[in-house]
Design a binder for this molecule. Structure first.
Ligand code: HEM
Length: 414
């Protein structure tokens, strides 16, 4: 591959829908140019960081590597469209992942306790009941279905919307908007209009503005009420920040978990010995299997950091103001961080994957995500008799949050 072909492949959404192609490209980068200056057509240039140790080195130093102002891969065209809309700002929302300290610490502190294991215990029975309901739905499909569109997308959506406080009848709109936001580069998922990202975010804004007003008047026992009534230093939080908070919880909270649930099932079907071990001892092996599913699928493919100072990373001279693309999926196949990284092993130990990121921005919802996947698989493993692929799986064409969009299965229940 020429230099330009490599740069264009790194940003091409199609690369992320062809798993083998992706891993060939990044295996080569890790070996030959682990911190690579990248100048793709139609994108502002950046450093591509593909190794596990380097991503940790960057993310651990959140005073030297900032989340603001560049966060995800966007074409210059989309960036310009957003700037026109916002009057100069290259981002439409300002959520936790967009913030640096002191704001990040303050805003994260508002909901952090809510998402920690002691608090999550209070909702575990509800999550288990939902898992049962969605495996009932699988059973009702009668032996053949698309695991993604029939089960995997709906269950985490229901869980996160319950946590947030969105009523069940509004879930289809939440699903549509999230899929448009993360799948805006996939022909099956994008909006038909030209200013798609702006319009999607505007719809989210309208929905959550009404919700804020409601929760200020009638607070309930949900995360929406925590956000709507939050104060920092005695002052109510900003409107943009409140709406952005809902958006990140609503969106980050389900597509990622759906991708893990579906990608994990495919990995188990493709590794029947691992599947058999797990079926024989779900109690003992499920925790490790879930970590391996998350490493294997790595639903969040990247985030950016921007250098605040000049810095040398693996011999490359990063200048203050340069952007760095943290490639989590590549880090999670790094031969120097994992034994036999291309094997799916449910008993992998240690398994220090970076699928939830690292450092101050480490995923807020990681315990919830694991709890959900555990509840779903506990139910599935207890009731499943036989399962096999019933057609070709397909992956979403997206370089930011992506996973399976189709997983046809044939199965029988006990
Ligand atoms: C942040 C992955 C599930 C909410 C992140 C980050 C990653 C990630 C990679 C950025 C970390 C960094 O920059 O170092 C995932 C994966 C999930 C998942 C793979 C499922 C398997 C969830 C769930 C929620 C959630 C269920 C629900 C609340 C968030 C939030 C942040 C975040 C709010 C921003 C944290 C911050 O900037 O301080 N997640 N996530 N995520 N995630 Fe998740």
């Amino acid at each position: 591959m020429t230099d330009k072909t490599i740069d264009n492949a790194i940003v091409n959404p199609k690369t992320y829908a062809h798993v083998d192609e992706f891993h060939r490209l990044f295996t080569q980068l890790r070996k030959e140019e682990p911190v690579r200056w990248t100048e793709p057509d139609g994108f502002r240039p950046f450093w591509t960081v593909s190794k596990h140790a380097d991503i940790m080195e960057v993310e651990r130093q959140n005073d030297k590597f900032l989340n603001d102002p560049r966060l995800t891969l966007q074409t210059i065209e989309v960036e310009e469209e957003v700037k026109k809309f916002t009057g100069g700002n290259s981002k439409l929302i300002r959520s936790l992942v967009d913030m640096d300290n002191p704001d990040h610490r303050n805003y994260r502190g508002l909901t952090q306790a809510w998402f920690m294991p002691p608090n999550l215990k209070a909702i575990s029975a509800r999550v288990e009941a939902l898992a049962e309901k969605y495996i009932d739905r699988l059973e009702a499909k009668g032996g053949e279905c698309d695991f993604v569109s029939d089960v995997a997308v709906w269950y985490p959506l229901r869980v996160i919307m319950t946590v947030l406080g969105v009523p069940a009848e509004d879930e289809p709109i939440m699903l549509k908007l999230t899929q448009e936001l993360f799948g805006s580069t996939d022909p099956d998922m994008k909006r038909p209009d030209a200013t798609e990202t702006v319009n999607t975010v505007t719809e989210f804004f309208n929905y959550f503005t009404a919700m804020t007003e409601d929760r200020r008047k009638n607070p309930k026992d949900d995360v929406a009420s925590v956000i709507a009534n939050a104060t920092i230093d005695g002052e109510p939080i900003g409107h943009l920040e409140a709406i952005s908070y809902y958006i990140i919880v609503a969106t980050a909270g389900h597509d990622t978990t759906s991708s893990t649930a579906a990608g994990g099932l495919l990995a188990l079907m493709q590794n029947p010995e691992e599947f058999a071990k797990l079926k024989a001892n779900p109690e003992g092996l499920l925790g490790g299997a879930i970590d391996e599913m998350i490493r294997w699928t790595t639903p969040v493919k990247h985030f950016f950091r921007t250098a605040a100072v000049d810095y040398e990373l693996r011999g490359q001279k990063i200048k203050a103001g340069d952007n760095l693309l943290m490639c989590y999926w590549s880090a999670n196949r790094d031969e120097e961080a994992f034994d036999d990284p291309f094997s799916f092993k449910i008993e992998r130990s240690p398994n220090k994957h970076l699928a939830f990121g690292y450092g101050a921005h480490l995923c807020l919802g990681q315990h919830l995500a694991k709890m959900e996947i555990r509840a779903l698989y506990k139910e599935l493993l207890a009731r499943l008799d036989h399962i096999e692929l019933a057609g070709d799986p397909a992956w979403v064409e997206a370089s930011f949050v992506s996973g399976l969009k189709r997983l046809p299965i044939r199965y029988s229940m006990k």
